[in-house]
Design a protein around this ligand. Structure first.
Ligand SMILES: Nc1ncnc2c1ncn2[C@@H]1O[C@H](COP(=O)(O)OP(=O)(O)OP(=O)(O)O)[C@@H](O)[C@H]1O
Ligand SMILES: O=P(O)(O)OC[C@H]1O[C@](O)(CO)[C@@H](O)[C@@H]1O
Ligand SMILES: [Mg+2]
Length: 542
């Protein structure tokens, strides 16, 4: 296999944009300048806030690399990976990842497309930067619940123990504030053995309470040198500042983020864990709405699903069910009155079928609500805006409209399974996914990487720098074919007209110099179409 630093490799002319001029991977055996193969940096070459580590190669190849402990602590010794002596791993050489393997972010390409952004592939390396009995790991879960949290916790503990012989793993009780306000919990394979069968998180969670200085003091005082942080966008922002502070203090502590969000709104990664389970559980609510509405004249079953900024749960639950006549999400503005509006569609559907099912994401229609309700500016402890209940509002609006109109008597049943879809254990496929995330995080930390979030990109697990994960929300793109599939499955109006969709006149993109948000690979118009910015403005959050 070619090396990133090997001039005979397919990507010979590599340059760092992050202020470094060296090989991309300190584990790489080619281009290194020390006896044990690790790359040594001049002292102080990377002080203060870290810079993105960007490596460029031929034909528009870009590697958005993750930090490594030796970026700021040169001369760290390396050790052979204990997996080399593990019967499960030692036989087949390919079980170890080639240190120069990277994964392409964009896989739909044209003949002349630049190779584009890549991320470092996750997995076990031949060399590690921690000895087994030196490791003191901790795990923390933050933000809202999500199916699979316990599986990730279990697999980090078991992965560290069984693959790397690490015996000391602490659970931080109750989210970030637990670092300095609560006791820790000793985690062993025995104590976590059955936890994947339970919903929630055995460690507890919280919003707010992120005091970076106190958290890093606690990490330092307890002698922790690997920190596994499981949580959503807010949590990963918190992880990023913890990493920066650890780096500023020059500590040999690896910080690994595991992305969690039921809403599936984290950029770059294919999908977040727990999402499949939530979509599956949402089917039960949709089925109930269908049975109720089908059993009564002009029945309307209305189901509200989670999705503060992003309508993925609503969209996938709708596509999976086939009983839904209308799906409303934050990314697709809609209107109630007049031609092409929701009320007109409901009337038509009831006349045709005698019943209908509507699915609405919690963040949908917020601009309509703010016209009738005075916006409260209330926030949760983490600073997330608290949204008024769109389900109650739309139920009442539909009832008021049909009672005013007196043409038709409707029977509306409102079902709100919000917390039911996230307080359950993960399903089989999420359990496997959580295992891969946890093991990839463990391999990354043991190999000395830090300041990264782990996740699949086009099906391959990668180490992704924090700045890419926290740069915005991953939203449903309504010019993607997936939204067209939904529209054709429900037959609902699109609520947009051709004039709302404008040609995107952007030139072919340069390889990214600064972080950018992922675009879908499934866009039939190959990213040439975008929804009129004003229409979709509310989808750009924070
Ligand atoms: N910018 C930030 N800097 C430091 N910490 C943050 C930041 N944003 C959020 N946090 C902390 O991260 C934790 C979780 O944040 P939040 O409540 O927003 O949930 P989340 O991780 O986004 O998960 P989800 O939204 O999926 O439930 C909280 O303890 C919060 O204080
Ligand atoms: O009521 P809580 O615990 O703050 O969680 C609600 C929020 O959590 C999420 O599931 C994830 O952020 C959102 O969809 C929802 O708005
Ligand atoms: Mg969040």
């Amino acid at each position: 296999m070619g090396s990133l630093c090997n001039t005979s490799s397919p990507v010979p002319a590599l340059k760092f944009r992050g202020g470094l001029d060296r090989c991309g991977d300190p584990n790489s055996s080619v281009g290194s300048n020390s006896k044990n193969g690790s790359v040594q940096l001049p002292m102080g070459s990377f002080s203060g806030n870290s810079q993105p580590k960007i490596v460029t190669g031929e034909a528009g190849y870009v590697l958005e690399d993750v930090p490594h402990l030796i970026d700021y602590i040169p001369d760290l010794p390396t050790f052979p990976n204990p997996l080399q002596d593990n019967p499960a791993y030692s036989v087949v050489k390919q079980y170890f990842v080639n240190v120069d393997d990277t994964v392409a972010q964009k896989i739909v390409v044209h003949k002349d497309s630049p190779r584009g952004t890549h991320f470092r592939r996750a997995g076990p390396r031949q060399k590690v930067y921690f000895e087994s009995d030196e490791v003191r790991a901790c795990i923390v879960t933050c933000g809202g619940l999500c199916p699979g949290l316990n599986t990730v916790i279990r697999e980090i503990v078991c992965g560290l123990h069984h693959m790397y012989g690490v015996k000391k793993v602490l659970g931080i009780d109750g989210g970030y504030r637990g670092f300095y306000a609560r006791n820790t919990i000793a985690l062993t394979p025995k104590t976590v053995n059955d936890i994947h069968k339970r919903g929630g998180t055995v460690l507890g969670t919280s919003r707010g309470g992120h005091n970076t200085g106190k958290i890093v003091d606690s990490i330092q005082d307890r002698g922790i040198n690997q920190v596994y942080i499981i949580g959503g966008d807010g949590t990963q922002r918190g992880a990023s500042v913890i990493y920066e502070e650890i780096r500023r203090r020059g500590l040999k502590v690896a910080v690994a983020g595991i992305p969690k969000t039921i809403d599936n709104d984290i950029p770059v990664i294919d999908k977040s864990f727990g999402f499949d389970t939530a979509v599956e559980e949402a089917q039960r609510a949709i089925n109930a709405a269908h049975v109720e509405s089908d059993s009564i004249e002009n029945g309307i079953g209305l189901v509200k699903l989670m999705g503060r900024y992003s309508g993925y749960i609503a969209m996938y639950a709708t596509l999976a069910s086939r009983d839904v006549d209308c799906c409303l999400i934050p990314e697709s503005p809609f209107y109630l009155e007049g031609a092409g509006g929701l009320f007109e569609y409901i009337e038509k559907r009831l006349k045709e079928n005698g019943h209908m099912v509507i699915v609405i994401a919690e963040g949908a229609g917020q601009e309509l609500l703010s016209e009738v309700l005075r916006s409260s500016h209330q926030q949760d402890a983490s600073g997330n805006k608290l949204l008024p209940d769109v389900g109650l509002w739309i139920s009442q609006s539909i009832k008021d409209h049909f009672s005013r109109q007196k043409k038709m008597t409707i029977n509306l049943k409102y079902i709100d399974p919000t917390y039911m879809i996230r307080a359950i254990p993960s399903n089989a496929s999420d359990n496997v996914y959580c295992t891969l995330l946890a093991q990839s995080a463990v391999h990354g930390a043991m190999a000395g990487y830090t300041g990264f979030t782990v996740g699949p990109v086009n099906g391959r697990h990668c180490y992704i720098p924090f700045y890419r994960i926290i740069e915005g929300h991953h939203n449903v793109v309504i010019t993607d074919r997936m939204w067209a599939r939904l529209l054709s499955s429900t037959n609902q109006p699109s609520f947009i007209t051709a004039k709302d969709v404008i040609e995107d006149s952007r030139e072919e993109e340069e390889p990214p110099k600064t972080p950018q948000t992922q675009t879908s690979d499934d866009n039939p118009a190959d990213d040439k179409l975008m929804v009129n910015k004003e229409m979709n403005e509310h989808a750009v959050i924070d």
